[in-house]
Unconditional design. Structure first.
Length: 306
């Protein structure tokens, strides 16, 4: 327990009229963990995020931060979330720096060094003394993220933080998110439609569709499993499968009549040694790469609602 349950979303359901926008959503996040919320338009990503940070209060189920229900609106509880959901409300007539100073102050952070640090790590010095009213979309998004981490929240919630940003900036934001999670022990929840982006930042990905969680993938686990799956090209797939099964290796044929095997306990070298003594010839072997993208597409199709 303890760390496991740093933030717990417990059986959350949200209804608008007759429409179940979220149905029994349950997941949890560890301290300093980065999780991704992925799903198509209208899946319910923004709605979950709004519930987590307290922007929507009318829902069933519960959200606990370190064991405390966020419905108990104590002063401490309110300070625990930093978020960028939809456009943050900055003062257009003030510069970026003045805005940050103002937001820092109202979130209880009086330390200017803290502001300077965040500006530096996010690499947004260039436009800090320009008026926010003259900011581009990317500038607004980045100052939004800066504002969200001021006041040292326990949980940072970013709704599509890299939407519409150029690749260099996406890289900076990615680094920044890893930095706040690792160095400041902030739990981060990010949403996106773009899976590859989430993949590079998160330890865990939650797939959501039509208000329901359809899969939760731990990327660490995924990597180790993927490392042991090999594809064998052979003229005699059935015999190879037989052979592997005799050696307690799970294997099956794919659409192209190749043999896909999970080697787990064996090295590929070991398999070849064993095959040397048999009369099965293998023409080619490669590691199977099932991208999360493919899995995502499959998961979404499997869960097609009638
Ligand atoms: N205030 C509201 N009243 C009624 N329905 C709403 C309201 N807000 C959201 N919804 C509905 O809830 C569903 C989920 O919306 P939500 O914004 O959470 O999706 P999303 O996953 O963030 O989508 P996107 O990828 O487009 O941002 C949608 O069907 C939407 O129409
Ligand atoms: Mg959304």
């Amino acid at each position: 327990m303890g760390n496991e349950e740093f933030l717990k979303i417990d059986n959350v359901t949200k209804v608008y009229g007759k429409h179940n926008v979220l149905s029994n959503v349950t997941f949890s996040i560890n301290e300093g963990e980065v999780i991704g919320l992925v799903g198509p338009n209208g899946a319910g990503k923004t709605t979950i995020m709004k519930i987590i940070v307290g922007l929507i209060r009318d829902y069933s189920g519960n959200v606990y931060l370190q064991g405390r229900n966020i419905r108990d609106k104590t002063k401490e509880n309110r300070k625990n979330f930093g978020c960028v959901i939809e456009a943050p409300g900055f003062y257009p007539g003030l510069t970026g720096y003045e805005n940050l100073k103002y937001f820092a102050k109202i979130s209880g952070c009086e330390d200017e060094k803290e502001i300077d640090d965040i500006i530096k790590v996010l690499k947004i010095e260039d436009f800090m003394h320009k008026k926010v009213g003259k900011y581009s979309l990317g500038m607004k998004q980045r100052i939004g993220i800066a504002q969200a981490v001021l006041g040292k929240p326990d949980v940072l919630v970013l709704d599509e933080p890299t939407n519409g940003l150029d690749p260099n900036v996406v890289l900076e934001i990615r680094k920044f998110i890893k930095y706040v999670a690792q160095e400041k022990k902030i739990a981060v929840i990010i949403s996106s439609h773009i899976l590859s982006e989430i993949e590079s930042m998160c330890e865990k990905v939650i797939f959501i569709k039509e208000g329901q969680i359809v899969d939760i993938v731990s990327l660490e686990q995924e990597k180790t499993v993927q490392n042991t799956i090999f594809v064998f090209k052979t003229k005699t797939p059935d015999r190879l499968i037989e052979f592997l099964k005799r050696n307690e290796i799970t294997a099956q044929k794919d659409e192209a009549c190749n043999v896909v095997a999970n080697l787990e306990k064996y090295s590929i070298k070991g398999i070849f040694k064993m095959l040397e003594d048999s009369d099965i010839s293998v023409e080619e072997v490669y590691k199977q790469k099932q991208s999360l993208e493919k899995r995502f597409m499959q998961t979404m199709e499997e869960n097609e609602v009638e």
